[in-house]
Design a protein around this ligand. Structure first.
Ligand code: AMP
Length: 415
């Protein structure tokens, strides 16, 4: 079923959203992007004459009630965004009456799902090493099903619009879907957009395809790099990874970040790229610093000949040019991870060169997907969010999707 074809009139829809918004010490929302992201789905259901039961998690209360993470703090903001006085159910597992009383156009927000350990389905208060752990896990899986069934009982249909948690098999993101038949469960608009964006870089690829993987370590990106190797024309590996590659090839990297136990892996990636005909673009020069700080002294040097006591914190000018050259004629672009320590203003040039080239390519018709926490922060820092095709809302979920993993939240609906 799709959200556009479902008849919501007179129906109650339970919608999983990601309202895990950041709050300040007074409980005020500091960034409402996630609430705004869910509005198209929520407004569509209301406009069609449906009633809404909204559910979400917030923070990590670890299965216990904790006022700091209460969704009661966002009721006013959600009411203002929806233009409807949102009702609040202070116990998400005891909201049957309030849900039953909802009339078309009305909205009920459930309290934080993660106040119940059943949401995540992990046994609490028992160590993994404990012999009784497996039993506890089994018992928790059963109570997770009961919890999901209770949530499902509130509504006629289920909509999942929380891409940020789609890689988790939680009660509200996946298990609940078992209690609705295929005609009564669907993805929301935000989810549909994310799925489409991932499809554009994994299957529906316009060529040339350039992927840019940055960040600090090869080890955390290896699954993605391997999956992309079969798909891309150009693969730029930048950021801290540069120095593991440089050292693996016999270079000297000073005190740059380097994973000494991943040198063979780096050589393996180089060999695989060659065998598959992928144009692997690595940093050749860098901005080296004598300290890990914004005010450090700097010098430009080859990425494989960094003086002792110095560390590469950003891509050098020749590298920036080679990155831009591999990006600007691309028709599909994926960017995850900065090319330098972009949090320091003096080490943003590599990431900025990438962002500029992506913006240019996008203007020329490329599809560009930016995702995974830090590259999003980076593009926002440059004020260039409106110059790329799509910015993913899912950190871990996006990375798992690009690795080629099936996301439980999507599989639960699409099979
Ligand atoms: P990740 O979470 O693996 O995507 O890594 C993102 C982090 O990598 C950012 O906080 C950057 O500051 C950091 N980073 C990028 N380039 C370097 C570098 N050359 N040295 C140390 N850290 C880096």
């Amino acid at each position: 079923m799709t959200i556009d074809s479902y008849k919501f009139a007179g129906k109650k829809a339970i919608v999983r959203v990601d309202f895990n918004v950041p709050l300040d010490e007074n409980g005020k929302i500091t960034d409402d992007t996630r609430i705004r992201g869910a509005l198209p789905t929520l407004k569509k259901i209301l406009a069609d004459g449906g009633a809404l039961i909204i559910m979400s998690h917030m923070g990590k209360p670890k299965g216990k009630v904790n006022a700091k993470f209460s969704l009661s703090q966002i009721v006013d903001a959600v009411s203002a965004q929806l233009g409807v006085a949102v009702q609040f159910a202070p116990d998400c597992a005891k909201a049957g009456e309030a849900a039953a009383a909802l009339k078309p156009g009305e909205v009920l927000l459930l309290e934080n799902l993660r106040f119940y350990p059943e949401e995540e389905g992990k046994p609490v208060g028992i160590d993994k090493e404990d012999p009784a752990y497996e039993e506890a896990k089994k018992a928790m899986k059963n109570s997770q099903k009961e919890f999901a069934k209770t949530l499902a009982s509130y509504a006629d249909c289920y909509v999942n619009d929380a891409f940020g948690t789609a890689h988790r098999k939680h009660a509200s993101t996946a298990v609940i879907a078992d209690y609705f038949d295929a005609d009564n469960k669907m993805l929301g608009y935000l989810m549909e957009k994310e799925v489409q964006a991932v499809d554009n870089v994994l299957s529906n690829i316009k060529r040339p395809f350039t992927a840019i993987m940055g960040g600090s370590k090869v080890s955390t990106k290896i699954g993605i790099i391997e999956n992309l190797m079969d798909k891309v024309d150009n693969l730029i590996l930048c950021g801290g990874m540069t120095y593991t590659f440089a050292k693996a090839q016999g270079g000297h990297v000073g005190k740059s970040i380097c994973e000494d136990d991943k040198l063979d892996l780096a050589l393996d990636i180089i060999a695989k790229a060659k065998a598959k005909g992928v144009n692997l673009v690595l940093g050749t020069d860098c901005v080296a610093a004598d300290d890990f700080s914004n005010d450090a002294n700097t010098q430009i040097c080859p990425a494989n000949a960094i003086p002792e006591g110095w560390e590469g914190l950003d891509a050098g000018p020749a590298t920036r040019e080679s990155f831009a050259a591999a990006i600007k004629d691309a028709k599909t672009i994926l960017w995850n991870g900065p090319a330098g320590v972009f949090e320091f203003d003096n080490f943003t040039a590599g990431s900025k060169a990438i962002a500029d080239a992506i913006a240019e390519a996008t203007k020329n018709g490329a599809f560009s997907l930016i995702g995974g926490g830090d590259s999003v922060a980076c593009i926002n820092k440059f004020g260039m969010a409106d110059q790329v095709s799509y910015i993913s809302t899912g950190g871990g979920a996006l990375l798992e999707a690009i690795e080629g993993k099936i996301l439980p939240g999507i599989a639960a609906i699409k099979g």
